[in-house]
Ligand binder design. Structure first.
Ligand code: ADP
Length: 206
């Protein structure tokens, strides 16, 4: 469906009226949202069924975060928002499935960008005795204490009055939680409602 809509939209010979072009754009966006929903649901049920292969390798946290910043910066466009990394020791290595670990942080950082109008999003990492702790801190809308657990449930989104201004379907953090657990890690949230949040992923250190 996405492919056919794109063909019609980009074919210079197809004479689509301006007003109809808008409908095509809407159809394309809706089709993409549905695809994300289906992909996420399938991934989530596969993770839950324990049917996912783990392709484990050594991951340099410094390199991972540098690449995440390059990929995610475009999402801050149009907002007074800085996305930066604190100084990270280049010797910090975790063992994990690179694309899955990347997906954990893509989700967390894209939420941080989505729920922060202006200010800073900063990524930091420390190594403690048992864990490598990677944190994403934002200056966004924050999360009430009572809601810190429920946002990890499927399809749960916090229903602030202005909620509708944020898109998404509420599967991101359920996927994050599964992926973190697949790496024998945990995730914690510190937040001050109205001021910002920090999501910290703890992954076993080598
Ligand atoms: P989605 O982003 O699609 O709504 P998620 O599962 O990723 O779904 O997040 C669930 C809910 O948790 C969000 O709808 C939002 O209410 C809350 N949330 C997640 N990240 C943040 C954040 N950085 N700041 C404030 N609220 C957040």
């Amino acid at each position: 469906v996405i492919g056919f809509i794109e063909i019609v939209m980009t074919d210079s010979k197809s004479k689509v009226k301006k007003s109809n072009q808008k409908y095509l754009e809407t159809a394309l966006n809706e089709a993409k949202l549905l695809k994300t929903l289906i992909d996420d649901l399938l991934d989530l049920s596969q993770f839950k069924a324990g049917k996912t292969n783990m392709d484990i390798s050594d991951i340099s946290v410094k390199d991972l975060i540098a690449s995440l910043i390059v990929s995610m910066k475009p999402l801050t466009k149009g907002k007074e928002l800085k996305l930066t990394a604190k100084k990270i020791d280049k010797n910090i290595i975790i063992k994990g499935d690179y694309s899955k670990v990347r997906r954990i942080f893509l989700n967390i950082i894209s939420n941080a960008i989505k729920f922060t109008k202006k200010g800073d999003i900063s990524i930091s990492c420390i190594e403690t005795e048992h864990y490598v702790e990677i944190s994403v801190t934002d200056t966004g809308i924050g999360i009430r204490s009572s809601e810190k657990e429920i946002i990890f449930e499927k399809f749960r989104q916090i229903d602030y009055s202005s909620r509708r201004e944020y898109d998404g379907i509420g599967l991101g953090l359920s996927i994050v939680k599964e992926l973190v657990e697949m790496h024998n890690g945990t995730i914690k949230i510190e937040s001050e409602y109205g001021r910002g949040s920090t999501f910290t992923v703890l992954l076993p250190s080598l």
